[in-house]
Design a protein around this ligand. Structure first.
Ligand code: AMP
Ligand code: MG
Length: 492
């Protein structure tokens, strides 16, 4: 059933990983399977059969050609460096080439205790597995670069967390699992050769354009830093435009590919609040919504540090060049963010005062505690006249009332007509996002009653986030005050 493996990471020298076969689980049962993704990856689905699939996706059977391993990596967690993290519960089976010709990592998360487990059980509870499945797939449909979810299998084990929970294994698909933390692991050991091998692999897999450019070696590695900074700027701008809070932007959760990874305590905001934090362990608010662009920059600076000796033989010159790139991230990010926000407001032209216009709306939303997603969605109803459904979202509508005429005056300088602008806006402002109370509800049904119907139903809605789906209005609704979610827990 599996496509052919093209092993890349496993061909690196042994210090990059520890060979490790998934620990079998007692009763694997396939509970979710992503057929379209499997097809895109080149799986042979004629041979598909749920029991067999459960054995593959639990790790009970290792597919032919795979060489399972746990990757080594380090990372700054909440600002503190840990020189040895690594895959404590994930196993990379290997890479496959998808239908578009891109290499994709296939990883089992929750595959058992590895030499990197540091005393933890190596397993993943069903709740967090379903959460990652649902939110990563929703992000993909929302147009955000992200790891994907191929399958979820329950293991038949019970795990002991805050309360006993069923165990599960998630099959995760990624452009690669190279992280800033992977580079840090080797840089912290002064293993320049390993850092160079990682950088070469990253260039080959994610930035092949750098190979053809006529330039010296140092320029190429500086180019890698620039390219990663550029992708992170664009990624975080997309998060910001959706009200998404990642929750654990540690350097081990910051990919070199520019994909979102590790959906632990993440969530989409409802009432707009720039200081919003969801993670129960983020006491200082380090990873609050408004800090995300600057945390990404901080992570990039840590990445830059690992590349210094590759950028220039002269350390001072290398540091100066790298610092320059890290500084330039700021205008790159600002430009990406403004482009995202302009599109949300239906603006195609670029004008001087656009930033202030966006900020004024955000201020009105904050004052009115307006739902982030629905405010932008309903703006398209207010292009020409005041829309009651929009005002309903605001506890106090004065700010909005003052803002709308400013926006309409600005829209008058756009060339498209109102119908075209509305259509464009509805193509970037989703109606359906994975709202936390809905996510919690469908997870509870699966975990407590073994009922995956609500999970499937929510997944179906989220597959078409920009298209109004009659009869599914409840999915658009913010949490009732009794169900508001202010804290989410790390899926460990
Ligand atoms: P995460 O919070 O998922 O990004 O994980 C941070 C680190 O903790 C990684 O090295 C994980 O492999 C490790 N880890 C998280 N949960 C577990 C677990 N249940 N068993 C072993 N290692 C874990
Ligand atoms: Mg992680």
């Amino acid at each position: 059933m599996f496509p052919e493996f093209t092993l890349r990471f496993a061909r690196l020298p042994e210090r990059f990983y520890l060979r490790f076969d998934p620990v079998p689980v007692p009763e694997p049962r396939l509970v979710v399977f992503n057929r379209p993704l499997a097809e895109a990856l080149g799986f042979d689905l004629d041979a598909f059969e749920a029991q067999g699939a459960a054995r593959w996706f639990s790790g009970n059977r290792v597919p032919q050609g795979a060489e399972p391993l746990a990757q080594a990596y380090a990372g700054h967690q909440f600002g503190h460096f840990n020189p040895r993290l690594g895959d404590g519960r994930a196993v990379l089976l290997g890479e496959v080439t998808d239908r578009e010709g891109h290499l994709r990592d296939i990883q089992l998360k929750g595959a058992g205790m590895t030499p990197f487990s540091r005393g933890a059980d190596g397993r993943a509870p069903l709740g967090p597995v379903l959460r990652e499945y649902l939110i990563s797939e929703a992000m993909h449909r929302l147009g955000v670069p992200t790891t994907r979810a191929l399958a979820a299998v329950t293991s038949g084990e019970r795990l002991f967390r805050r309360v006993p929970e069923p165990g599960a294994v998630l099959t995760r698909v990624a452009a690669s699992h190279l992280r800033v933390g992977t580079f840090q692991y080797f840089a912290a050991r002064d293993d320049g050769e390993a850092v160079r091998m990682l950088a070469d692999m990253a260039i080959e897999r994610h930035y092949p354009g750098l190979l053809t450019a006529e330039q010296g070696e140092g320029e190429r590695y500086l180019g890698l830093l620039e390219a990663v900074a550029d992708r992170q700027a664009s990624l975080v701008a997309k998060w910001m435009g959706l009200g998404f809070v990642h929750g654990v932007m540690n350097t081990d959760n910051c990919t070199i590919s520019g994909e979102t990874i590790d959906y632990g305590p993440c969530a989409f905001m409802e009432a707009y609040s720039p200081t919003m934090v969801f993670s129960s362990i983020d006491e200082q608010g380090r990873y609050a919504y408004r800090n995300q662009p600057w945390i990404a920059q901080w992570n990039l600076a840590r990445f830059a540090e690992t590349l210094i000796s590759l950028i220039d033989d002269d350390q001072e010159t290398a540091v100066a060049k790298a610092t320059e790139v890290i500084k330039r991230y700021e205008p790159w990010y600002e430009a990406e963010w403004l482009a995202v926000m302009r599109a949300k407001l239906g603006l195609e032209r670029e004008e001087e005062g656009d930033r202030e216009l966006v900020e004024a709306l955000l201020e009105a939303m904050q004052a009115g505690r307006a739902d982030f997603t629905l405010t932008f969605r309903r703006l398209s109803e207010a292009l020409e006249q005041d829309a009651p459904a929009l005002f309903e979202l605001f506890e106090t509508g004065d700010g909005l009332a003052a803002w709308l005429p400013r926006w309409r005056e600005r829209l008058a300088r756009e060339t498209a007509d109102a119908g075209a602008i509305a259509a464009r806006m509805n193509g970037v402002n989703p109606l359906y996002i994975p709202r936390n109370h809905q996510v919690e509800r469908v997870i509870a049904a699966a975990v407590e009653h073994d009922d995956f119907g609500p999970f499937e139903a929510l997944g179906e809605v989220l597959a078409e986030p920009f298209t109004e789906q009659p009869g599914r209005e409840e999915y658009t609704q913010p949490a009732p005050s009794t169900e508001r979610v202010f804290r989410t827990f790390c899926g460990t």
